[in-house]
Design a protein around this ligand. Structure first.
Ligand SMILES: Cc1cc2nc3c(=O)[nH]c(=O)nc-3n(C[C@H](O)[C@H](O)[C@H](O)COP(=O)(O)OP(=O)(O)OC[C@H]3O[C@@H](n4cnc5c(N)ncnc54)[C@H](O)[C@@H]3O)c2cc1C
Length: 429
């Protein structure tokens, strides 16, 4: 049987159960990546879904994947358009009877899956999470609404699967490979590196592993992660794995097993554990998306009721452009606008401020984050936004942050605010 492997947010060849399965079950394979223009369209708030930072990072990631496939004698066919059309055309032209892909769980991704499945046989395989859906001690409908319950049960009763071996060779169908698009093809100028950026993020599995080597093995920063993770300035206060995890250049399992290997050599402590703890948060938001489906995108979230927030564009833009009355919020927004990244501490504060102080509909903030973030992942972004807004999984009633207090706790000496002050910015949507 000849098949297509359709890469989506799984841009690697290592530890890739779906890819391996497709290789094992097919006599020849056509690996394909499709830039779906709908991901660059405007959403209901008038923001283009993917901004310049993530576009650049994605193109680099796809280029890296192509090289990895070429290294094992294969190729990556790259196209631009709708997966449901392109995969059907390719399947017909090259006599492929099946398309394999990694399963996704959120609305737009599910819509594309359904559209593809209507035209060609589609085999979807799970692979995104740390704990495999078949291994967690809950049916999806019974996922607890409280994170700690989910985490403790998974830690006790589930095991993270071992790493899937990388295909040594892929018998590949010959086909015109297609050129990679450029950032300019999507209507953006190539974003420049701001010298204040926490990191020069480069897409692809090679860069992901270089970052891991740096954070774990070369500097041993992992051993201090729990103490530094609320930082705001510099490359190493946190792992910065999120952009690579979001598009699958590295898997959560790979990181987990590297933590275990590291603990074997350098000892375990609260910090080494805490990185795994955070990866379980990532899993949790994905499982919440599986359980509640489209509700994570609704104004009322999973709670089903919500305050009457405003959708006032003028007020919203003060937040978006970093022109609020809070210098701490402004500094964080400027970092996001200039670099495509914001720390977790920053994200919690700016989200809380938009919703609880400015009274703006959280979905405008989430859509803005979706555009700008290098690491946008629908389940993590929308899951965190509903959580902060009080319509998600937080058992506490009031998630309002005291911004001044947060600023004095996490930026007492003003290093971060100073770094991002005196700058007026134009939005690039
Ligand atoms: C409003 C808001 C929106 C967010 N949107 C996203 C998003 O679109 N994509 C995204 O990956 N993260 C999102 N986060 C979570 C978190 O802020 C980032 O994952 C983290 O800042 C990335 O930096 P890091 O890789 O250095 O994280 P580290 O602290 O080193 O954590 C390691 C990894 O654990 C995962 N992780 C950590 N915290 C969270 C969390 N709260 N939720 C889910 N996963 C987590 C990430 O994959 C991260 O790379 C959001 C948080 C908030 C408050």
């Amino acid at each position: 049987m000849k098949s297509i492997f359709w890469f989506r947010n799984d841009l690697r060849i290592s530890d890739h159960p779906a890819l391996l399965r497709s290789v094992e079950e097919s006599e020849a394979l056509l690996p394909v990546y499709i830039f779906d223009d709908r991901q660059w369209a405007e959403d209901e708030w008038g923001m283009r879904k993917t901004g310049a930072f993530r576009t650049k990072f994605l193109i680099e990631s796809v280029a890296d994947l192509r090289e990895a496939l070429q290294d094992i004698g294969s190729e990556l066919v790259v196209r631009r358009g709708k997966p449901e059309d392109i995969l059907t055309e390719l399947a017909e032209e090259y006599g492929c009877s099946r398309v394999y892909a990694q399963k996704e769980h959120t609305r737009e991704e599910l819509d594309v899956e359904e559209a593809v499945a209507q035209k060609v046989e589609l085999k979807l395989i799970e692979g995104h999470t740390l704990f495999h859906p078949e291994d967690i001690p809950f049916a999806i409908d019974d996922i607890p609404d409280i994170f700690t319950q989910f985490r403790k049960a998974c830690e006790k009763k589930s095991e993270v699967r071992i790493i899937t071996s990388e295909p040594e060779r892929i018998e590949t169908i010959e086909c015109e490979a297609g050129e990679l698009p450029t950032v300019e093809d999507f209507g953006y100028d190539k974003p420049k590196l701001d010298p204040r950026a926490v990191l020069e993020f480069k897409g692809g599995a090679i860069a992901a592993w270089e970052r891991l080597d740096h954070y774990f093995w070369n500097t041993k920063k992992l051993s201090w992660y729990k103490k530094t993770r609320n930082g705001l300035v510099g490359a190493d206060y946190s792992s910065k794995f999120s952009p690579w995890l979001a598009n699958g250049s590295i898997s959560a399992r790979e990181i987990y097993h590297e933590v275990k290997r590291y603990e074997g050599e350098h000892g375990s402590n609260q910090s080494t554990y805490w990185l795994i703890f955070e990866l379980i948060w990532r899993d949790y938001f994905r499982y919440v998306a599986m359980k509640y489906g489209d509700r994570i995108f609704y104004r009322t979230g999973i709670k089903g009721e919500a305050p009457k927030w405003m959708q006032n564009q003028r007020i919203f833009e003060r937040w978006a452009e970093g022109r609020t009355d809070e210098e701490f919020v402004n500094a964080n927004m400027k970092e996001l606008l200039q670099t495509g990244f914001m720390s977790n501490r920053g994200r919690q504060n700016v989200a809380s401020y938009l919703v609880h102080d400015m009274g703006i509909d959280w979905r405008m903030g989430a859509s803005f984050f979706e555009h700008y973030l290098l690491d946008h992942d629908p389940a993590s972004n929308y899951g965190n936004w509903i959580y902060v807004s009080g319509v998600g999984n937080d058992p506490r009633e009031n998630r309002k942050f005291n911004i001044k207090k947060q600023q004095s706790m996490y930026d007492g000496e003003g290093r971060f605010v100073k770094r991002w002050s005196n700058e007026s910015l134009e939005l690039d949507l």
